[in-house]
Design a protein. Structure first.
Length: 255
């Protein structure tokens, strides 16, 4: 199941676009570009209603499919919920968990960890979002991050940790004008690796991909990956713009 390509670029479409036709157009255009790039794993995270449509379009696996959420319930009578097994059986191989926009609706670290474990049981790679609401220069935010990571990964064993992906998204940089500074991204990424080392040991910790997300666009993507030294990107707005997203994919592929 391990994906061998070197960098991950995950497009989080959030609650867009408004029609299946538009979703199809975006997916086709990006798929065409992504399919010839060997050093990037491109992942679409469309709204769940479009998952079957996009799954059919990407049946050959040129682009991987992600859900934006999963139910906390394994099975049972839960109106409106979609569980991990359904995602697996619908061609989904990644799932964003704990995005700050879901945490703002009340999702807790404990719920995130339950979702992460259900996804791992079903062979789906969780893209676990973590990030502080405020950045200070005294390092208080590091303690927040450490707790958030440890709590969100409860129950994950060294054995299945190789399938997790961490997406570091400082909340203040999501949907903003500018991303975090590259040197700060690098510094925080090192800290995240240290926290992961405490949990899983160094060898495993250093094999877990760490992505950055928050105001990434085609102009800043390559520098963020190179200078921030991350393993990829979680992209919101720019993922709905095929010109920008394709240009980003090519830039990352050229690293
Ligand atoms: P943005 O969103 O790229 O529009 O800032 C990122 C995200 O929410 O994942």
């Amino acid at each position: 199941m391990a994906v061998k390509k070197t960098k991950f670029v995950v497009g989080n479409w959030k609650m867009s676009p408004v029609s299946p036709l538009e979703a199809k157009k975006i997916a086709i255009s990006i798929k065409k570009c992504a399919s010839v790039l060997s050093k990037v794993t491109t992942v679409f995270a469309p709204p769940s209603i479009y998952l079957p449509l996009i799954s059919r379009l990407c049946a050959k696996g040129e682009v991987k499919l992600s859900s934006q959420n999963v139910s906390i319930f394994k099975d049972g009578a839960h109106t409106g919920e979609v569980n991990a097994e359904m995602l697996k059986n619908s061609g989904v191989s990644f799932c964003i968990v704990g995005h700050s926009e879901r945490r703002a609706l009340g999702e807790t670290d404990a719920q995130v960890s339950e979702k992460v474990n259900l996804l791992l049981e079903n062979g789906i790679r969780p893209v676990i979002c973590v990030g502080e609401g405020e950045h200070d220069h005294q390092g208080v935010y590091l303690e927040f991050l450490q707790n958030e990571i440890k709590n969100s990964l409860k129950g994950v064993t060294k054995k299945n940790a190789s399938d997790i992906i961490i997406a570091y998204e400082p909340i203040w940089a999501v949907g903003a004008k500018e991303p975090m500074q590259n040197s700060d991204i690098h510094e925080t990424t090192l800290f995240i690796k240290k926290v992961l080392t405490d949990i899983f040991g160094q060898e495993m910790a250093f094999s877990i991909p760490i992505l950055y997300g928050g105001s990434v666009n085609m102009r800043n993507a390559k520098d963020i990956v190179m200078m921030g030294q991350v393993d990829g990107l979680l992209v919101g707005r720019e993922s709905l713009n095929p010109i920008g997203f394709n240009s980003m994919l090519k830039e990352i592929n050229s690293i």
